[in-house]
Design a protein around this ligand. Structure first.
Ligand SMILES: NC(=O)c1ccc[n+]([C@@H]2O[C@H](COP(=O)([O-])OP(=O)(O)OC[C@H]3O[C@@H](n4cnc5c(N)ncnc54)[C@H](OP(=O)(O)O)[C@@H]3O)[C@@H](O)[C@H]2O)c1
Length: 235
């Protein structure tokens, strides 16, 4: 029987690559993003990713920081595929600037999507995973969640927060066979890193993150990896 995943922010980049990898394994995948046309295009591009056609896609425009929209999306995915085995909290935004002049609205937006969004999606899936006897939650944090640097305070604080959230989740849910891992990559070649000084070809590729998710899923259910740090090497 097919397994079921929910992935936020899968219209491009890392989320899109994870969706493709899971469909390739015959999973059913519910994907979302803010932009309806973009998530529909992603869904169409992913349509052939399931080799024997045994995995299906459900795509929806969802604001990850909106509790009502998240509730509706999770309920719809459950209705279509059954209870989730995996949630990937991947939706994220960046806003750059020094603390001294950083706007309130940008701070609130980064926290709302990167941190509150992960909390809302997690809260929605937990009852289904508990009832099913277990599940996996992957939170896409960042190297910026391990080390602070100038000019990225809101983003970095949200990604540090996501690691703390992952640890609390593991402490609370270990009796329910629900595990969580925070993945902390350096630069990944996606639209988000398009303005970076590092050439895209020298970055980690979205498929490397997808392969990491598959690796985690293949581990024994008794193994808990709280955090995976992925750095690029070379020039
Ligand atoms: N690229 C890197 O170097 C890097 C490194 C470490 C960690 N990360 C993390 O990886 C995750 C994925 O980013 P990416 O690099 O793949 O960039 P990306 O291609 O820009 O993907 C970000 C995704 O998040 C979605 N999103 C943004 N705000 C949202 C909201 N409010 N509600 C729902 N979806 C929303 C976007 O959808 P729409 O376009 O439809 O809004 C988009 O699909 C992020 O959490 C990012 O912080 C990235």
């Amino acid at each position: 029987m097919s397994k079921n995943a929910l992935i936020t922010g899968a219209g491009s980049g890392i989320g899109f690559a994870i969706a493709g990898a899971l469909l390739g394994r015959g999973w059913n995948v519910a994907i979302c993003g803010r932009n309806e046309a973009k998530i529909e295009r992603a869904s169409a591009r992913l349509a052939g990713a399931s080799p024997r056609g045994n995995g299906s896609i459900h795509a929806a425009a969802v604001e990850a920081s909106d509790p009502t929209a998240v509730k509706r999306w999770v309920a719809k995915a459950r209705e279509r595929f059954g209870p989730p085995d995996l949630l990937v909290n991947n939706a994220g935004v960046g806003a750059w600037g020094d603390i001294g002049s950083f706007p309130d609205e940008a701070w609130d937006q980064v926290m709302a999507v990167n941190l509150k969004g992960a909390f809302l999606c997690t809260r929605e899936v937990l009852p289904f995973m508990r009832a099913k006897g277990g599940g996996y939650i992957v939170n896409i944090s960042s190297l910026a969640g391990k080390k602070g640097m100038a000019g990225i305070s809101a983003y970095s604080a949200s990604k540090f927060g996501l690691i703390g959230f992952t640890q609390c989740l593991n402490a609370e849910e270990k009796g329910n066979n629900i595990r969580a891992t925070a993945i902390c990559p350096g630069y990944v070649a996606t639209p988000m890193s398009a303005g970076a000084r590092v050439p895209a070809a020298d970055m980690i590729q979205p498929e490397d993150i997808a392969a990491t998710v598959l690796y985690l899923l293949d581990l024994s259910p008794k193994v808990l990896i709280q955090e995976v740090v992925i750095e690029r090497i070379g020039a």
